[in-house]
Design a protein. Structure first.
Lengths: 334, 358
């Protein structure tokens, strides 16, 4: 080989090596993400395992439907808005959804398969509550449907982001966004974990006559823990979201009560009724006026927006440790 | 001689009724007192029994041992009104069940047969769907009460259309209106925008006594006690109606009027109960039925006993519902069905012969 060709050859080899490295970096998803059948397969078709079994996705989906508010919120962080072709009614409603302004013009789907088929989606990601009959009908017409559960604990939330990124063929963006969510969560917890004494917090809502409390294994409970509080309901043995009574509230003895309930559903009236209730007068939260209405969609949606809820609550619990307001939102896919 | 014999017979019957009332009433009143005492002593906030007793006695100006202000408020503002609401709801459902079973001459009839529960459900669901229930805490019971009474009038209006009333038409109208109102409830549920409202509706439909306060006692007690009083006054007419229209007429009963009054009173008490408790299943069906097996079908005894029995049933069920998973709560309507249905089936199997003869 003539010597004068050597620098060009070396440069070509370096470029090839860098390209290969870049490709490898793009593809590096953790092996432990539940639902990804073969993490090494970054081509198409690819297989994922949802709650409804193993599903093959033939090609990178350009037209996506994610049929729950939480899934829509994650999807909009992973893919450009125009790839999400339709959403459920709740996602368009600012009372329940953190992304309502982003989906104003999108068509609405329901659990009726026809409304979904009409949008010609390449893939559908649904929650566990999506009707099995509808999944069967959509699968029969050849649309891949992946049924997944969104979880409230931080690690499972990261896994959900990576899993959905894999389904959409957006691994790189999923890794980037998961890192953003992880960093935001970790930096919050680094401060809240050091705060003492930790207050006993109770998340209460009232819909007509029923008082609801969020115990262990609830999204509100996860938010309370991340914000540096002790979930008083979890401590009293309540699991999930349960009804309780005013007497139950007294027994749980909270130092702070939060009301993650939309104002349109009477959150302020409920707060006033708690503060005015004579029987609660000796409950520390009521005695000290520590009863707060909080933005419900930051607490109850199963998505990374729970971290924003924890940031909100941390500012209520530890105002000195968080003098600055919380970041408004999260990054979106370009 | 014959007149003296009849009078003697009537005297014996009156004595028999009086003794059954006295014995059954005493037993049930004791059970009510015991269940209320247990219910007052149990709850998520631990209050010693001596303090509970002292708090109750303090209402009469007699305080035996000192107690805390929170303990007093828990008993006075939370447990006592809830127990009273449960008791009057039980009275209503028991009385209405006995009345409907008598009127329809069918031990399987319950107050829901004339659309009162379905009407109450439509009212309640409308209050939840419009958001009125969240903005004013008495909106839901008021909507439910109006719905219950309106549905009853609708069923009765259909049965009485054309100037001729018949119980068969009433029954069929009840079936049709129940189906229609059920569809209205389903339609509203389908159109509800959020999961919270849906959950609220489903929980209301399951029946419960969460957060009952003195206001609910004031809403429910007057119509329930008034309706019960009317039915008690007409218990003899109800007995005669069970013999058939012609027999009742020959015994001096104004059949049409008696039926309207009894139906209206049953609808009134059930509507008031549904308004403050949702649809608590099985009490209206099972209580009179069990008591009929124990004390016979005479409505002069059966109606008051069903009132007391219903009160015991709901009070006990609600105590279990609010303490079994405390500080969370179970739904009393679910519990009454869970407990009532198997118990009822057991009774039916054990007393087949007696049931067939009713």
């Amino acid at each position: 080989m003539p010597l004068r060709h050597t620098p060009a050859l070396i440069a070509a080899l370096v470029i090839l090596l860098m390209a290969a490295l870049a490709a490898c970096q793009q593809a590096t998803l953790p092996d432990s993400v539940p639902g990804i059948v073969d993490p090494a397969n970054l081509g198409w078709p690819r297989e994922v395992e949802g709650l409804n079994g193993v599903v093959s996705i033939p090609a990178k989906p350009e037209r996506i439907i994610t049929a729950s508010v939480g899934h829509d919120e994650v999807a909009l962080a992973l893919v450009p808005g125009d790839r999400l072709v339709a959403v459920g009614g709740a996602t368009k409603d600012g009372t329940f959804s953190n992304v309502a302004p982003l989906v104003e013009d999108k068509p609405v789907i329901t659990s009726d398969p026809e409304t979904i088929i009409a949008q010609s989606p390449d893939v559908i990601v649904t929650s566990p509550f999506f009707p099995p009959d509808a999944i069967e009908a959509l699968t029969r017409v050849g649309i891949p449907v992946v049924q997944t559960a969104l979880e409230h604990d931080p690690e499972a939330r990261i896994d959900s982001i990576l899993f959905m990124g894999y389904i959409f063929g957006e691994e790189e963006r999923a890794l980037e966004f998961a890192e953003e969510v992880r960093q935001r969560y970790d930096s919050l917890v680094a401060v809240t974990a050091a705060q003492e004494p930790k207050p006993r917090v109770l998340a209460l809502t009232q819909y007509s006559d029923q008082i609801w409390v969020a115990g262990g294994n609830s999204s509100e409970g996860g938010v309370i823990t991340a914000a540096g509080g002790i979930n008083a309901a979890e401590e009293a043995g309540v699991e999930g979201n349960q009804t309780t009574s005013l007497e139950g509230v007294i027994a749980m003895d909270p130092e702070v009560i939060i009301i993650p309930q939309p104002a349109a559903f009477g959150a302020d009236e409920f707060r006033q009724s708690l503060l005015a209730n004579e029987a609660l007068a000796e409950t520390p939260a009521v005695k000290n006026g520590a009863v707060h209405v909080v933005e419900s969609k930051h607490f109850t949606t199963l998505s990374h927006w729970n971290t924003r809820g924890a940031e909100d609550l941390a500012r209520l619990l530890w105002p000195d440790a968080f003098p600055e307001p919380a970041d408004a939102g999260f990054s979106l896919a370009e | 001689m014959r007149a003296v014999g009849l009078n003697t017979l009537r005297g014996y019957r009156r004595m028999a009724v009086a003794s059954r009332l006295a014995i059954g009433g005493s037993v049930l009143l004791l059970l009510i007192a015991a269940s209320a005492a247990v219910s007052l002593s149990m709850g998520p906030v631990g209050i010693p029994a001596s303090h509970v007793g002292s708090i109750v006695l303090s209402f009469l100006g007699l305080e035996t041992v000192p107690f805390g202000r929170t303990e007093q408020l828990v008993i006075e503002q939370i447990r006592l009104p809830r127990i009273l609401v449960g008791a009057v709801v039980g009275v209503a459902l028991g009385v209405a069940g006995a009345t409907m079973q008598g009127l329809f001459r069918n031990p399987m009839a319950d107050p829901g047969i004339i659309g009162v529960s379905a009407g109450g459900a439509v009212g309640a669901v409308a209050a939840i769907a419009t958001g009125a229930a969240s903005l004013f805490f008495l909106a839901l019971p008021l909507f439910a009460f109006v719905g219950a009474i309106a549905a009853t009038f609708l069923v009765y209006g259909i049965a009485a259309a054309g100037g001729r009333f018949s119980m068969a038409t009433l029954l069929l109208a009840g079936v049709a209106v129940n189906a229609f109102l059920g569809a209205v409830v389903s339609a509203i549920i389908i159109l509800l925008p959020g999961a919270d409202a849906l959950r609220e509706v489903l929980f209301w439909l399951a029946g419960g006594l969460d957060s009952r306060a003195w206001e609910h006692v004031r809403i429910a007690a007057p119509p329930i006690l008034a309706g019960t009083f009317v039915i008690l006054l007409m218990a003899r007419d109800l007995n005669l109606l069970m013999l058939g229209d012609d027999e009742a007429r020959s015994m001096g009963v104004h059949v049409g009027t008696a039926r309207v009054v009894l139906l209206s009173a049953a609808a009134l008490v059930t509507g008031a109960a549904v308004a403050v408790s949702g649809t608590i299943a099985f009490v209206g069906l099972v209580t009179p039925h069990i008591l009929r097996l124990l004390i016979g079908p005479d409505h002069r005894v059966l109606v008051p006993m069903s009132a007391l029995g219903g009160a015991v049933f709901v009070t006990v069920a609600d105590t279990v519902a609010r303490t079994i998973i405390q500080p969370a709560e179970f739904r009393v309507g679910v519990l009454t069905a869970f407990v009532g249905a198997p118990f009822f089936i057991l009774l039916l199997i054990r007393n087949k012969r007696q049931v067939y003869s009713l």
